[in-house]
Write a new protein. Structure first.
Length: 221
């Protein structure tokens, strides 16, 4: 009888297991955020080469199969971790500054300064990404396939369209990409292209901000 009762108890435990797994089931956005967050911590701590997908999955509380299902490879995940903060930053920046009626020229200069700060803080990772994109001939992703960067471009272009009264000279889809790569290049190659004889670091940064604001004004008018 004890054996039967024990079997019944074990059977009851086995029957309850599925309901527990259902309670732990997470939504796709939650899984993506957990994986990207865990990957960011691992990449920042150990670098790209020493970071393993197993460690990322363990930190995120997911399986490696889930990680690969959503991102395909460690390289793709690395790309996303670089630009995910940028996409979120633009969203927060727009929510904080656009409704207050601030001077648009100053607002554009402020965001250019924020973009410079982002590029400076992530210059090491961005350099690794550029190197990988240049020499990874087997990759069919490219930066245009990075979800968070594509979201950043789409959000920026939509904002330009919403605030432009007439047809812009350069289509916003092109303009946001050109503006981004202009700031990216100026910051990452600052020592190469801006000798000290023409200005110090503060003057170069101010010039980049002014240029960005003037370029947007010129495209809107």
């Amino acid at each position: 009888m004890a054996t039967v009762k024990g079997a019944r108890r074990n059977g009851a435990k086995r029957r309850r297991a599925p309901s527990k797994s259902k309670r732990l089931r997470r939504s796709r956005p939650d899984l993506l955020n957990r994986i990207v967050g865990a990957a960011t911590e691992e990449f920042n701590r150990y670098g790209f080469a020493a970071t393993t997908t197993a460690a990322i999955a363990a930190r995120a509380g997911v399986t490696e199969a889930q990680l690969f299902r959503y991102f395909g490879s460690k390289s793709n995940l690395f790309r996303e971790t670089i630009f995910n903060p940028l996409s979120h930053h633009l969203k927060n920046f727009l929510a904080e500054h656009l409704p207050d009626g601030a001077d648009q020229r100053e607002l554009r200069k402020l965001y250019a300064a924020e973009l410079q700060r982002f590029v400076s803080e992530h210059s090491g990772a961005l350099t690794s990404l550029i190197f990988a994109e240049t020499y990874d001939h087997g990759s069919d992703v490219g930066v245009s396939g990075i979800d968070s960067l594509r979201t950043y471009f789409e959000r920026g272009a939509a904002t330009m369209r919403a605030r432009t009264k007439r047809k812009p000279k350069v289509d916003p889809d092109f303009f946001v990409r050109i503006s981004f790569v202009t700031v990216l290049g100026c910051v990452m190659f600052k020592r190469w292209i801006f000798p000290r004889s023409i200005g110090n670091a503060e003057e170069v940064s101010a010039a980049i901000n002014d240029f960005s604001a003037v370029a947007i004004d010129g495209n809107d008018n």
